[in-house]
Design a protein around this ligand. Structure first.
Ligand code: AMP
Ligand code: ZN
Length: 487
């Protein structure tokens, strides 16, 4: 097992050696989506980044338990326990049950992540499936004296907490600045302190998603679900907690406070945060209305796009940036990524066809392999890894053209190295469209179908068209002949 891995810990604001609490096991919790609408490309970037991390840890031999939750209750519109319930609001709008909303967007989320070839997490718990665990945790925090109940709602007592613990430990902000940025309480407020947040919220009569609790009928606050579910599946202390950078200031800060008050320990040893996908420098978000849906990107139907891009080309585009750097969306950047992705896939297709020359390799494959590991060991630096893999592409093309000699052992090492890093670690597959073999195969299929049509064998020609349609390939008859495309 590799022990040279170094990762950036938001908690300490520096790169640290990765030393799991209980090797070879690694517990990793990542905040999942709030399933009240379609995931946008920004959300996908965060999940692709953690997929890379999950894949590399697994590749190194760690036994990773990867828990990624589904937020299907308790998330109000404002992060400060204010506004309508996101699920109930959407349910009214679409005239569906809140749980129909949850089901619809959870299925959509899974489908999109499947297209991006992300591996499923080991456990995907839902907030609604863990109400009793959340209630138990709120009760414990009350018993420990870090919460209080007012009229059926339970608040976390930040003022009490800051006397013993560092509330802003994750982001290092000044408490005074935080207070200055929070609105003053008025006589109507139930909260005692301006920074207090709800652990359990009393349900108004019109609130649909509601559960009985020791404090009356209500629903959980947003932050408690992640503390309760990470504790249940990974223990009081685990290795990695992740999410997008936007979650650090409120959601993760409050998670730490809850876990610390309940378990008297920091929940995670390493906190990892992914940076944002931006559009013209502005963070992509549902509320800003600049969210691209992945399908708009695949089909090219979004007004800002010149054409569509395959999910694998988009995955490559994301991995070309380091997970802690912002990534700005543009046609030019996607075009360049698409070219790079195709160059890499062409080399992957040539790889099994290469012949060893028997002569000593003219390129040092072992050194190249070490550089690939060094890139990933340096806080999962995928852009540097990709640059090294293009060096491998150069070797592949030169060997194929007979311009470079390679001995059998080096050739085997080159093939293993590329399969490991391109498929297993980066999670890139050949999406087939555009590859020579696939084009030729489609020509054969289309010829057979057209011959069947000419012979008036419509049963066969229809079966071919429907069979292709079932795997996402559409045929279009035109003056130039039969065209095909992936939908
Ligand atoms: P949500 O469904 O809003 O709870 O977000 C799910 C995940 O996507 C969270 O980890 C967010 O931090 C992350 N996220 C939201 N917007 C972006 C963005 N523009 N770029 C990268 N990650 C994002
Ligand atoms: Zn969370």
């Amino acid at each position: 097992m590799d022990n040279r891995l170094v990762l950036y810990n938001t908690l300490t604001r520096k790169k640290e050696n990765f030393e799991p609490l209980n090797p070879p096991f690694v517990g990793m919790y990542v905040c999942g989506p709030t399933v009240y609408s379609d995931v946008h490309l920004g959300n996908c970037r965060t999940f692709v980044s953690f997929d890379l991390i999950f894949r590399y840890l697994t590749h190194l031999g760690y036994k990773v338990r990867y828990v990624r939750n589904i937020t299907d209750a308790g998330h109000l519109e404002g992060d400060n326990d204010e506004g309508d319930d996101k699920f109930a609001k959407k349910a009214k709008l679409e005239q569906l049950e809140p749980m129909e909303i949850v089901q619809k967007y959870t299925l959509g989320f899974h489908e999109v992540l499947r297209l991006f070839n992300t591996l499923p997490p080991s456990i995907e718990p839902t907030a609604t499936g863990h109400i009793s665990e959340q209630i138990a945790m709120v009760q414990k925090i009350l018993e420990e004296g870090y919460a209080y109940e007012v009229n059926g709602t339970v608040y976390f007592d930040v003022e009490k907490y800051v006397k013993e613990y560092d509330y802003t430990i994750l982001t290092n902000r000044k408490l005074d600045d935080l207070l200055n940025n929070t609105r003053e309480l008025n006589g109507q407020d139930e909260k005692r302190g301006r920074l207090d947040f709800a652990l359990w919220i009393k349900a108004k009569p019109e609130h649909i998603m509601r559960w009985p609790s020791p404090w009356g009928v209500g629903f959980p606050g947003w932050h408690i679900e992640c503390s309760a579910m990470s504790r249940k599946y990974l223990g009081d202390q685990f290795d990695i907690h992740g999410g997008g950078m936007d979650l650090a200031a409120t959601h993760h800060t409050n998670e730490i406070a809850q876990s610390q008050a309940c378990n008297h320990t920091q929940p995670a040893k390493y906190w990892m945060h992914t940076n944002m996908l931006t559009v013209n420098g502005t963070r992509m978000s549902k509320s800003a209305g600049n969210g691209f849906l992945p399908h708009e990107l695949f089909s090219g139907s979004h007004p800002l796009l010149n054409r569509g891009y395959s999910p694998m080309a988009v995955r490559f585009f994301m991995l070309q940036a380091h997970y802690r750097s912002t990534l700005d969306f543009s046609n030019e950047a996607l075009e360049a990524a698409d070219k790079g992705y195709k160059r890499l896939m062409n080399a992957m297709a040539l790889l099994p066809k290469l012949k060893a020359t028997g002569k000593k390799a003219e390129s040092n494959i072992e050194a190249l392999k070490q550089r690939c590991y060094a890139a990933m060991d340096d806080d999962f630096n995928s852009p540097v890894l990709i640059a090294e893999l293009f060096e491998a592409v150069r070797v592949v093309n030169s060997v194929y053209d007979g311009k470079l000699a390679i001995d059998p052992t080096s050739l085997e090492n080159l093939q293993t190295l590329m399969c490991h890093f391109v498929h297993d670690v980066l999670g890139l597959l050949d999406d087939n469209t555009g590859s020579d073999d696939f084009e030729k195969l489609m020509e054969v299929v289309i010829r057979l179908r057209n011959e069947a049509k000419q012979n008036k064998d419509y049963t066969t020609s229809d079966r071919i068209r429907e069979g292709l349609s079932a795997i996402g390939i559409q045929l279009k008859d035109s003056k130039e002949g039969t065209l095909w495309n992936k939908i």
